[in-house]
Design a protein around this ligand. Sequence first.
Ligand SMILES: *[C@@H]1O[C@H](CO)[C@@H](O)[C@H](O)[C@H]1NC(C)=O
Ligand SMILES: *[C@@H]1O[C@H](CO)[C@@H](O)[C@H](O)[C@H]1NC(C)=O
Ligand SMILES: *[C@@H]1O[C@H](CO)[C@@H](O)[C@H](O)[C@H]1NC(C)=O
Ligand SMILES: *[C@@H]1O[C@H](CO)[C@@H](O)[C@H](O)[C@H]1NC(C)=O
Length: 486
Amino acid sequence: MGGRALLAALWITSHCLVAMCREPATTAASVPRDTTGEERDFSGIESKFSLRKPEQPYEDTCFLVPGQENSMTQCRFNHSSKTFVVIHGWTVIPLYESWIAKLVKALYKTEPDSNVIIVDWLDRASQHYTISASNTELVGKDVAKFVNWIEEQFAYSLSNVHLLGYSLGAHVAGIAGKLANKKISRITGLDPAGPNFEYANETRRLSPDDAAFVDVVHTYTRGSPDRSIGIQKPVGHIDIYPNGGSFQPGCKVTETLRRLAEKGFQGFQEADQLLKCSHERSIHLFIDSLMHEEKPIMAYRCKSKEAFEKGLCLSCRKNRCNNLGYKVNKVRTKRSATMYLKTGERAPYKVFHYQVKIHFFAKENMTKTNQDFLISLYGTEGESKDMPVTLPEVSTNQTFSFLIYTAVDIGDLLIVRLEWKKDSIFNLKDWWSTPEVAIQRVRVKSGETQKKLVFCSRNGISHLKKGEGVAEFVRCLGKNAIKENS
Ligand SMILES: *[C@@H]1O[C@H](CO)[C@@H](O)[C@H](O)[C@H]1NC(C)=O
Ligand SMILES: *[C@@H]1O[C@H](CO)[C@@H](O)[C@H](O)[C@H]1NC(C)=O
Ligand SMILES: *[C@@H]1O[C@H](CO)[C@@H](O)[C@H](O)[C@H]1NC(C)=O
Ligand SMILES: *[C@@H]1O[C@H](CO)[C@@H](O)[C@H](O)[C@H]1NC(C)=O
């Protein structure tokens, strides 16, 4: 409720701001315009194409103008290397958000000879959302005219072109891809916008047909379809839903409210960023993949969030896992591959995923729901202590599987420790007789290394009492070490 009210307040504020802050577009003045007449195919193009340079990632210093061949030479477009076209989304005020320069820098870090182009459609993007949403069609046409021009005029192959679109920009990229003369190599959709697109005909939104390869990251899909900021349905060849896709860690509204309280109206811009925190996380995950190429963030194919939470989807067989971001393996299947992963709260976002399987023995029949445990992993390179896990159910003589993850690279896993926490609310039944289970083995599968290991109790069997003590498991020796059929 609080979040909704805040959003409504910001919606109103943002509209005052558009009216108040609107300066005659700051970047437009320096742009050479094509004035050669109505019949020219390029005359209707309103979007601007800024070729940024690695040394000046923050500034628009040179614009490529469709129809003006010398603009390509002036801007030193490199015809023998690849081209990234970055397309922003809906904005409150017609100014670039700070992620643009960060993405430009990260792209040049990985591909120093490439051409990184920013599509400036700020005027059309800073209207009422519904108007900006329908403007995606016009901007998509502009981008298509631009890429068709470099393809026709300079025989520049569109197999060198990678469009990156954020929010509404993802649908702009899709429309451009549909209208391009040849297939564009790749489109990356960064949390494509949901409202007005969730149920739209695929001719109007990003879809797998729009490029040879379409990868999509969904980071803010909370709420009912068509109300959610990010589109919920898969729209690419690979659709990745970090942390389930609905909301991202470190993006709580309480943090926003605190900052607003601290900074007052000046906090607006920052608060605005925080409100879009989950939405924008899609971009920062992509930037992270460029900045830390050596440590790819892995995502796993899974049929549901729930199955992923149980740790059931950490397989890499038959392309079931992939890298998130720039170094994705371009695997195309007929149906979109829906993939999941966990991440940390801030960059570097990579975490290591483990499936843990435990069989609880007990003499007496017992079923308990929502039980809290702490699990610690110790390895050759590091350790990750007291990770909280809530098991939806613990019952006698049954095996349970769950997912845990940690940002720490612990290397080869050596020891697993388990603690069964007391209920936070006093429970008379548990006080009367403390529940107890016996555990012989703990099975652990690592997503990142694909290794399966079995851990044995040092005493053959460990007794674990709720609210008391710790059970410790070490790598099994001898025949116990051989992994069993799961
Ligand atoms: C253009 O890119 C190629 C690599 O694709 C590189 O070898 C060359 O030096 C670049 N040219 C200029 C002028 O930067
Ligand atoms: C989408 O629009 C096209 C062209 O207007 C139409 O041929 C097609 O049937 C529509 N598809 C769906 C699923 O409505
Ligand atoms: C659970 O399994 C153990 C060993 O197989 C057995 O001794 C025990 O009676 C079982 N407990 C229940 C409640 O059936
Ligand atoms: C435990 O419950 C199962 C099924 O409800 C029953 O078959 C079994 O006899 C019970 N075991 C004990 C030891 O009470």
